[in-house]
Write a protein that binds this ligand. Structure first.
Ligand code: HSE
Length: 441
């Protein structure tokens, strides 16, 4: 049978990894797919640049439209990232009857509804396993392996760069900027690392996972997003002394009145599995009503792990080439007509414990004022510690861990505390998740 002809758009880290793994494991991959799979064309920005893979037998072009329009190409792999150009190319590939594999989480999270509509109408597949958590097959697991479950909660370390930075700050006491440079040098970070450290990349991934887990349309704007750039070495040390690590988490929960979707730094107990996920590794804990708790763990970024996901999609696409389009696994797990609007619970209504770091005047009565305000807002204190002695300005850090309390109440209490004349600067507030299935879930 004629080999399946693949055109790759973008031969950067993931593109080169994909070509490399396809060459190395080609024979075994073909035995799985039932057809030989060959990359025959690739589009690159700079034809003169050397590549991190063997491009023998691959015809290179600087014009990606040649690939999406080439009648000989069966499947297009889009690996250029970004939204506008990538959208146009994928849309053009679908117009030309080609299946698409993409690692583009920003595009799927923000324009996936349009893309899947176009693909389904044309009886084509757009596969996106590599868009979430690099090499971890979490899309496949949620969409197919857990199809019998009602997903209650999904919590994940979804951004390798954030996890690499927080782990580096914790394990080597390195500073933020130094670890970020290392992440970039290793090819983990996005072209613009602010997308990673501000939490946007993780929010793209959470949007996709929530859609598949709960059968709702993709709605990136409904995710509450915070990044890690305000986390200091002090927070990491104090959290550690209290028995926690700081992790950047994506959280999706089904609550009685809707979905809770958020991405932010979080204190996680030392004894929880997620706290031992270090470096660029990702992990996702999924709680289903039938299966209970499951944990998926693996490399969330990097050339070969992401190539592993791209090629798994490619094999799926090749297997479906001869299947009836109406009977394929739906793009977002639920049949398109059965997708609902995500009813989102506002952040202010979420109940969560908090870590608060305050910088206060070291004198009598200060703590009494703080605890009174917290009490006024029904925020109960689990632990309170003054860290060390006063600095040259007479200020001292005080760390408070609260019991679970209404987000709106904690926010108002912190505002009132910050207004006290004895508080030197804005408070640091980090949510603390026990990661137990609790009464309001
Ligand atoms: N920049 C991403 C991360 C790469 O750090 O996880 C994979 O999406």
């Amino acid at each position: 049978m004629k080999p399946v002809s693949v055109g790759v758009i973008g031969l950067g880290t993931v593109g080169a990894g994909t070509v490399d793994v396809l060459r190395r494991n080609g024979e075994e991959i073909s035995r799985r797919a039932g057809r030989e799979i060959k990359v025959t064309r690739a589009a690159v920005r700079d034809l003169a640049r050397s590549r991190d893979c063997n491009t023998a037998g691959i015809s290179l072009t600087a014009n990606p439209h040649e690939i999406v329009e080439d009648p000989e190409i069966d499947v297009v792999i889009e690996l250029i990232g970004g939204c506008d150009v990538a959208f146009d190319l994928i849309s053009a590939a679908l117009d030309h009857g080609k299946h698409v594999v993409t690692a583009n989480k920003a595009l799927i999270a923000t324009r996936g509804n349009e893309i899947f509509h176009q693909a389904s109408s044309a009886g084509l597949v757009v596969a996106f396993e590599a868009a979430v958590a690099g090499g971890i097959p979490v899309i496949k697991v949620l969409r197919e392996g857990l199809a019998g479950n009602r997903v209650e909660r999904l919590v994940g370390i979804l951004n390798g760069t954030c996890n690499f930075i927080l782990s580096g700050m914790q394990d080597d006491r390195s500073d933020y900027a130094e670890v970020l440079l290392k992440a970039q040098a290793n090819g983990y970070a996005e072209a613009d690392p602010s997308v990673d450290v501000q939490g946007v990349d993780a929010a793209h991934k959470l949007t996709i996972l929530a859609s598949i887990a709960y059968g709702v349309h993709l709605d990136f704007k409904s995710v509450h997003v915070e990044g890690i750039s305000d986390i200091t070495q002090d927070d990491i040390i104090y959290a550690r002394e209290l028995g926690y690590r700081i992790k950047h988490l994506g959280i999706a929960r089904r609550l009685p009145n809707g979905l809770d979707l958020r991405v932010h730094p979080c204190l996680v107990g030392d004894d929880h599995l997620l706290s031992s996920v270090s470096g660029v590794m990702n992990a996702i804990v999924v709680n289903g009503d039938a299966v209970g708790e499951t944990l998926l763990y693996g490399a969330g970024a990097g050339a070969q792990p992401t190539a592993s996901a791209v090629i798994a999609d490619l094999v799926d696409v090749v297997r479906t080439l001869t299947s009836d389009p109406g009977n394929r696994v739906p793009h977002l797990a639920f049949q398109p007509a059965a997708l609902a609007a995500p009813g989102i619970v506002p952040l202010s209504e979420i109940v969560c414990a908090h870590y608060l770091r305050l910088t206060v005047d070291d004198r009598p009565g200060v703590l009494a004022d703080i605890t009174r305000i917290l009490g006024d807002y029904q925020v109960s204190i689990e632990a309170i510690r003054q860290q060390g002695s006063a600095d040259a300005l007479g200020n001292v850090p005080v760390v408070i861990v609260t019991h679970r309390a209404l987000e709106a109440n904690v926010a108002m209490a912190v505002l009132e505390i910050e207004a006290l004349s004895t508080i030197a600067r804005a408070a640091t507030r980090i949510r603390l998740e026990t990661l137990e299935i609790s009464v309001d879930e």
